[in-house]
Design a protein around this ligand. Structure first.
Ligand code: HEM
Ligand SMILES: *[C@@H]1O[C@H](CO)[C@@H](O)[C@H](O)[C@H]1NC(C)=O
Ligand SMILES: *[C@@H]1O[C@H](CO)[C@@H](O)[C@H](O)[C@H]1NC(C)=O
Length: 317
């Protein structure tokens, strides 16, 4: 009788190990033995990149979002188009917009030199996004690792599953829900727009046609974004594009969201209260943002025997 519980325990352990294999978990220590300097290498290269161009912290964060929303965080966004391969770089949300691929190349080259064919491009991107946020003064979070790289990409999913800057609140909530992220995650993650820039072509209709916009903000924005021409003129997404703070939410409360989708978060709907909280409580925002980044990083990773460890992030092996 006494041995029965032990047998049961052993059985349960075997079962959970099997379950682990099938449903492999990411782990922060995944490369602890196989690439102990990984964190330092990524951090150093990101510090160099952000030192060279501060905006790069924002650009890499966005790249990570666009990776995770298309077939999971699998490095698919990094793949170049080729004669026999269609990647995601020409998708509407990505073309002439997502930037920083050379930074990922440089990090990957350093990582390959230290630990060949060991660390996935998907994990490098997740780490780089984290470091970019931290370098611009944002919160830290535990980056779980062990993702593998896709051998496929989906231009169609990149076109249809990344939310549009013209989306309304219901749209935004449902597109994040489709990725297992709730409305609170969505509103916190949108705070990424506390850093970085957008092009005139993206916010033109907002500053000329939206009515839920501060008049002075609209007028100032129009000066740098004419009705025709200047499509690529940049404007910062909040007043401090190089500092990860909660200014983004203060802007929303003042009807100074730059994107139509931004202002949807504070326009008389379900997220008004949360935006209000974040606008006067940086820590509440920072904590929720960090937690939501962990959730986003867990979207559909390839693990175990799935996918591969790409040698060059731009092409499958
Ligand atoms: C809620 C839905 C979202 C929409 C509709 C959206 C849309 C956009 C658009 C249109 C731009 C400007 C692109 C350009 O003009 O080239 C942009 C920039 C940016 N987005 Fe989002 N975004 C969303 C959520 C997110 C999330 C979840 C993140 C990351 C966690 C993020 C991070 C960024 C960053 C950092 C930039 C600035 C990039 C740079 O300066 O290079 N966005 N976003
Ligand atoms: C593309 O595919 C064709 C047909 O399978 C093949 O002959 C060709 O070598 C491939 N080209 C490249 C660059 O892989
Ligand atoms: C504003 O709306 C009008 C009427 O729908 C449209 O014709 C015009 O192109 C819009 N302007 C911009 C800058 O989007």
């Amino acid at each position: 009788m006494a041995f029965l519980p032990r047998v049961l325990v052993a059985f349960a352990v075997v079962l959970s190990l099997l379950a682990c294999n099938v449903h492999a978990q990411l782990s922060p220590a995944f490369y602890a033995q196989t690439c102990p300097n990984l964190r330092r290498i990524v951090r150093n290269e990101m510090a160099v990149a952000v030192g060279r161009e501060t905006r790069m912290g924002a650009s890499i964060l966005r790249m990570s979002f666009h990776d995770c929303f298309v077939n999971g965080c699998d490095g698919s966004i990094l793949l170049d188009d080729g004669p026999n391969f269609t990647g995601e770089k020409t998708a509407r949300p990505n073309q002439n917009s997502v930037r920083g691929f050379e930074v990922i190349d440089r990090i990957k080259a350093r990582v390959e030199a230290a630990c060949p064919s060991t660390v996935s491009c998907a994990d490098i991107l997740a780490l780089a996004a984290h470091d970019g946020v931290e370098l611009l003064g944002g919160p830290s979070w535990t980056v779980a690792l062990g993702r593998r790289d896709a051998r496929t990409a989906s231009l169609n999913n990149a076109n249809t599953q990344i939310p549009s800057p013209f989306a309304n609140l219901a749209n935004l909530i449902s597109m994040f829900a489709a990725k297992g992220l709730d409305a609170r995650d969505m509103t916190a993650l949108s705070g990424a727009h506390t850093i970085g820039f957008a092009r005139c072509t993206i916010f033109r209709s907002r500053i000329y046609n939206d009515t839920n916009i501060d008049a002075r903000f609209a007028a100032n924005s129009r000066a740098n974004c004419p009705v025709t021409g200047g499509d690529n003129n940049l404007q910062s997404l909040d007043r401090s594009p190089f500092r990860f703070d909660n200014d983004y939410y203060r802007n929303l409360v003042g009807s100074r969201g730059l994107l139509h989708s931004d202002q949807e978060l504070f326009n008389g709907g379900s997220q008004d209260t949360l935006v209000g909280t974040y606008s006067n409580n940086y820590l509440a925002f920072a904590n929720d943002f960090a937690a939501a980044m962990v959730k986003m990083g867990n979207i559909g990773p390839l693990t175990g025997a799935n996918g591969e460890i790409r040698r060059n992030c731009r092409v499958i092996n």
